[in-house]
Design a protein around this ligand. Structure first.
Ligand code: SF4
Length: 393
């Protein structure tokens, strides 16, 4: 059964966009800044955040290891409209300082933030400022008593990690409840695929708090996407997960692209299976579908006459920033290119020292390979204008 979560709002104060998480809302994609932020980086960071926003990222998290980092992230929050989240471990005073700025969300780890009074101080300030809190439980930093209570079992049906994650989350939710703080969501992350699925399935049956899902330490690009897909697609297709991050040892932009593809794959399964139970107004598939590009590309082989890999890496961030529903084909050769991708709204393929640009299998332009990017940009603009006119009709 899908998780029927309640709705919470992230941001929506000062100049910060409001992002709704939970209920029937679109599942929100997040990523995390990969470096330590300094004051010298702020302008370029703001520009990069604009690009991420265009690609479909709704929320961006920053590690805030000390008060100096809180100043830099806080200053950045003054400059951008995307809600920013501060990730706090160990020192609750850093969370308090972050909330002097328009930081929209604080992530705390119950395994290391300290006792009830420290949590109370964070919640009181969050309530005053309108900030949301994520209880971020991590299998690698569970409280010691839960590790003792749920020791690893040797059986293949070992639920110790999942049970410990759920109990850690519920324990913290009970404290939040006691203090009357409701603007909260929960994540339980493990590096194990089965642990991630089990923990989220169990908690989804027991709480209405929205769930942020992801696999921690998933790995480099290919392995990380494979492992994240294995864990997140089944959960999302079942209607579990209100927001997600695909953690990769790779760029934030690739994390966002991976999350969109994972959500899209889950939407296809949900739409085509019996798991698309209605949750309120919208079905599971509807919560996962976005307007945007569908990229078709060939794997490339010895027949190729066009550097599809280089072209894709240059164009993917721009293509994923389009908010129109179009399909784009990037194919290696004319032998199979236009025919195999004849359903694409726009395609490009190689032929000797030329490239062919095609629409629905019809070649519309032939240019020298060196002019591929410029010609493709012009044809893409024209395609988008056509799609826009069709939408109006
Ligand atoms: Fe090979 Fe051409 Fe097919 Fe690409 S489109 S895989 S280059 S035959």
């Amino acid at each position: 059964m899908p998780h029927i979560s309640k709705t919470i709002k992230i941001g929506g104060f000062d100049h910060v966009n409001a992002v709704t998480i939970g209920g029937d809302s679109l599942v929100v994609i997040q990523t995390m800044w990969k470096d330590r932020l300094s004051f010298a980086d702020l302008d370029s960071a703001a520009r990069r955040i604009e690009g991420l926003s265009g690609m479909g990222c709704g929320l961006l998290r920053f590690a805030v290891p000390d008060l100096a980092a809180a100043e830099a992230v806080g200053r950045l929050a003054d400059m951008v409209s995307m809600p920013l989240a501060a990730d706090i471990h160990f020192d609750y005073k850093i969370a308090l300082r972050c909330m002097d700025f328009p930081i929209a969300k604080i992530r705390i780890n119950p395994g290391n933030i300290g006792g009830r009074e420290k949590v109370r101080a964070v919640l009181e300030k969050a309530a005053e400022k309108g900030a949301a809190i994520r209880i971020g439980v991590n299998a690698g930093s569970l409280p010691q008593d839960l590790r003792d209570k749920f020791p690893p079992q040797s059986s293949r049906r070992d639920n110790s990690v999942a049970n410990a994650l759920v109990e850690a989350a519920e324990r913290e939710l009970a404290i939040f409840n006691e203090f009357g703080f409701t603007n909260v969501l929960v994540s339980m992350k493990a590096s194990g695929i089965a642990d991630t699925i089990k923990a989220n399935r169990i908690l989804a049956r027991r709480t209405a708090a929205p769930l942020h899902i992801g696999v921690t330490e998933a790995g480099p690009l290919v392995a990380g996407i494979a492992r994240s897909s294995a864990a997140l697609v089944p959960l999302l297709a079942e209607g579990i997960g209100d927001t997600l991050r695909v953690s990769l040892s790779d760029s934030m932009e690739n994390e966002v692209i991976a999350a969109r593809e994972i959500a899209g794959a889950a939407a296809e399964i949900a739409a085509g299976s019996f798991t698309d139970h209605l949750s309120g107004e919208a079905g599971t598939a509807a919560r996962l579908q976005r307007n945007g590009v569908r990229v078709i590309s060939c794997p490339r082989c010895g027949r190729y006459g066009f550097d599809t890999h280089g072209f894709s890496s240059r164009w993917l961030p721009r293509l994923y920033a389009l908010d129109r529903k179009i399909s784009v084909a990037i194919m290696g050769c004319e032998v199979n290119g236009p025919q195999e991708a004849c359903h694409a709204d726009l395609g490009i393929t190689g032929s000797g020292d030329k490239v062919l640009i095609f629409r629905h299998g019809e070649v519309v332009r032939i240019v020298a390979a060196a002019e591929a990017d410029e010609a493709f940009a012009r044809e893409l603009e024209q395609t988008l204008r056509g799609v826009q006119m069709n939408e109006r009709d």
